[in-house]
Design a protein around this ligand. Structure first.
Ligand code: ZN
Length: 181
């Protein structure tokens, strides 16, 4: 089980590495690690477990944040329309909209505690990769389209795979773009 102590913080060199592709077919170890990352997010969003283990609520967790320099991350959230609970391995962003948006409340990160800021993100993405869907337990190589909140979370997590933190991208020049609640 992952615990808050397993999450590395800004300043740790692993957060700044370009992560390596995950080997395919996926190993048992990488599959299990993905599920552990999902479980961590689920527990962090549950009032009882987050209090018990003193977890900060999180909707995304990338492998580099637990010290593993591999191209995989987990997302766990409801965007108001749809539940997203998945791990993506070797994600590729195939298309991104020109239109930019930002998260109204500002972004935060489990690896940068206590900090938030506005970051411009693409409104719509077409991505592909090996996706483990926690809702139906399927694992397939597929293409998905993400918009608004889901696209923001995806881009934040994807950046971790390239050693980029949201704090690198904070801008004060966001108000002319669309705010996503
Ligand atoms: Zn982050």
């Amino acid at each position: 089980m992952l615990l808050p102590k397993d999450i590395i913080q800004d300043g740790h060199p692993t957060l700044r590495l370009i992560s390596e592709n995950v080997t395919v077919p996926l190993s048992r170890k990488d599959k299990d690690k993905g599920k552990e990352m999902l479980k961590y997010l689920e527990m962090s969003l549950d009032e009882k477990t987050s209090e018990k283990y003193q977890m900060t609520p999180g909707v995304g967790l990338a492998a580099p944040q637990i010290g593993i320099s591999k191209r995989m991350f987990a997302c766990f959230f409801f965007d108001g329309k749809e539940d997203y609970q998945f791990v993506i391995y070797n994600p590729v962003i195939k298309e991104k909209s020109k239109e930019m948006i930002y998260l109204k409340t500002g972004e935060g990160c489990l690896s940068v505690p206590g900090k938030s800021g506005h970051v411009l993100r693409h409104k719509k993405l077409v991505v592909e990769g090996y996706i483990y869907n926690n809702l139906d337990k399927s694992l397939d190589y597929k293409e998905i389209t993400l918009t608004d909140y889901a696209a923001i979370v995806f881009q934040h997590e994807y950046d971790h795979l390239d050693g980029i933190l949201f704090t690198d991208k904070i801008t004060e020049d966001y108000e002319k773009y669309e705010a996503i609640a």
